[in-house]
Design a binder for this molecule. Sequence first.
Ligand code: PLP
Length: 477
Amino acid sequence: MTRTIPVNQNLVEMEYAVRGAIPRRAIEMQRTGRTIYACNLGNPQALGQKPITFYRQVLTLLEAAENIDRERSLARVAAANHQLFNESGVEPLSNYIIDYSANFLEQCRTGMGAYTESSGPLFIRAAIARFINRRDGDSIAADPEQIFLTDGASDAAKRILELLITGPQDGVMIPIPQYPLYSATVKRCGGAQVNYYPDEDSDWALTPEILGEAYRKATADGVHVKCIVAINPGNPTGAILDKPSIDGVVHFAEQHGLAIIADEVYQNNLYGGTFISMASAVGAREIPLFSLHSISKGFAGECGHRGGYMELRHMPQVEGTGMNLAELILKQASVSLCSNTVGQAIIYMLVNPPEKDSAPYGVYQEEKNAVLGELEAKAALIKESFKQMEGMECFGRTGAMYLFPRLNTLPSGSNDFDYCMALLEETGICTVNGAGFGQLPGTKHMRIAFLPPRETVTGFLPGWIRFHNRYVHRPQI
Ligand SMILES: Cc1ncc(COP(=O)(O)O)c(C=O)c1O
């Protein structure tokens, strides 16, 4: 007889569509030799994006510190024997890279293989604080003691929600559509998901009415709303929030005594607007704020190395204790000992890039601009193609790595899942249907991640346009 075991039901009920039925079918098709265009995941290096050379050169020395002396000697020999080195085609590491790496190791003292402080080494947190101050202006300076390094933003979101959700009555406001990390984590922590619906036709803007309506409904159902998640730029919408929307979230949170979780992992992926951080909008107001950043996105695309940080502002006292919430977060971090050190090193490099006029600066800038330029070009190409697809509409000032068009004219009896599955079967283009992220009832969408190389995108777009215009005219399914 097969044994059964009761487990945490929240995990059984948790869903994560980004790795759901459509990508599973794509894997099956790939096994039979079909070409698949993976437009379902925001995983840049899996789709050919090259790592930033500066990051990897420093990482090699951090992991093999004994090579630092060898590289120094090599650099000296190279400087003295220019011609020989030019002819050999070997390029020694620059002194800047060597010094940068040595300096990192000197500051962290215990090397890459040791546990670090639970919140992450102070010098990295201080570098993050300087980055935030450069980004936002330092009228309200970031405090390194309120910064925690994490194994990516997913880890941060999990930690925050685990703390805030005390039971099934505790509500978390989530934009719909949303990146399913949030619905899944609220579920896993046993809380209540409270949906709010950004206005798609106004480029996914937020208004006091939208937020107020969601809050009222939840409260009427007995839910105690505790915090609001804002994802900017958005996943899956790709939309960049405008100033009135951001100020609206801040005002709303203040009015209702909510904490804000600002997921800002795409803050460097901007192709049609400017990024306004939630921290700058909150300013001195006493609103508890958790801001999340990551090495996975932007131009770094270092998803597999799992790095990121959360910045806390205006943390309240914990009920029934003399403790500030930041202290509890430190205790929580201590239980996992520390985040991984490679992720820590990359977030350090992300916020502390090579200085202007340093040897690696030129290549670094070139690589960064190339990645962001390609993303922008691919987004524009795909958006342009939508104009040739009947009933396809796409809103939002483009950011992140996604477009989330609305499928206005699907044949009756067919939904967005059917569309995306048929698109996969007929063209090999693997996307995620809108329902996987949640969508306004009655609407149908799909998300396309524009990460495959530009020539691949250019190659599959005509087939998609043909597929689409045939599909929408199919007789009732
Ligand atoms: C909005 C958003 N937040 C967080 C994450 C996860 O980031 P990380 O790799 O840092 O855990 C993703 C990944 O796609 C995302 O889209």
